[in-house]
Design a binder for this molecule. Structure first.
Ligand code: ADP
Length: 200
């Protein structure tokens, strides 16, 4: 018998908040796609979608600073900002995550100002910082897809494509990479991207 609408709703409702929708193995790394508030994840590092000042903002940035407490801002104030496409690491303070990697995604301006390369560079730099700090688990939000207006489907392909390609080339001790989406729609873009790579 086909599963009806009501049963599907119940199944969705019962799913644990941080249970992956899809998981894939990329060498020794488990890649998970899930829908969650990234500030709840107990991983070695969560990635922040920050702005160049690194002094806090709205969206996921605001949520991370709220949950981490004021000491996060104090450390960010010592960093001297961050260029678009790059990232800097801090401690996680009151967050369950040990570190925050503050990545600055590009503002979408139609796609002719290097936005795709800059977004890929955020993911690469975050992974390099994780490797430098010997971290084994990292969670990414969908950088630039909120206030910065990057098209969510293209951003999902760049996020998944860049991370899979980097960890395929060298996992650097990483064991788990999480795409922590904030909506089912965002998760579907990431799942589609993983499927296009033959991994889901
Ligand atoms: P940007 O300025 O880089 O676009 P935003 O914070 O506005 O950054 O949005 C980036 C993505 O983060 C969006 O997909 C948004 O829905 C998502 N997001 C917002 N809050 C959270 C959160 N608490 N956990 C995970 N993702 C979040």
């Amino acid at each position: 018998m086909a599963v009806g609408f009501a049963e599907t709703q119940v199944a969705l409702h019962l799913r644990m908040p941080t249970e992956p929708l899809v998981s894939a193995e990329v060498g020794p790394v488990r890649v998970d796609i899930l829908v969650a508030d990234i500030t709840t994840l107990a991983v070695d590092a969560i990635v922040n979608a920050a702005n160049t000042s690194l002094l806090g903002g709205g969206g996921v940035d605001g949520a991370i600073h709220r949950r981490a407490g004021p000491d996060l801002l104090k450390e960010c104030e010592t960093l001297g900002g961050c260029a678009t496409g790059s990232a800097k690491i801090t401690r996680g303070y009151k967050l369950p995550a040990k570190h925050v990697i503050h990545a600055v995604g590009p503002v979408w301006n139609g796609g002719k100002r290097g936005e795709e390369a800059l977004l890929a560079s955020c993911y690469r730099t975050a992974l390099a910082l994780a490797a430098d700090n010997r971290l084994t688990s990292i969670a990414f939000p969908a950088i630039s897809t909120g206030v910065y207006r990057f098209p969510a489907d293209l951003a999902g392909r760049i996020a998944v494509g860049t991370v899979v390609s980097e960890i395929s080339a060298d996992p650097h001790g990483l064991e788990r990479a999480v795409f922590c989406c904030f909506s089912d729609e965002s998760a579907q873009h990431h799942i589609k991207a993983l499927a296009e790579l033959g991994l889901a």
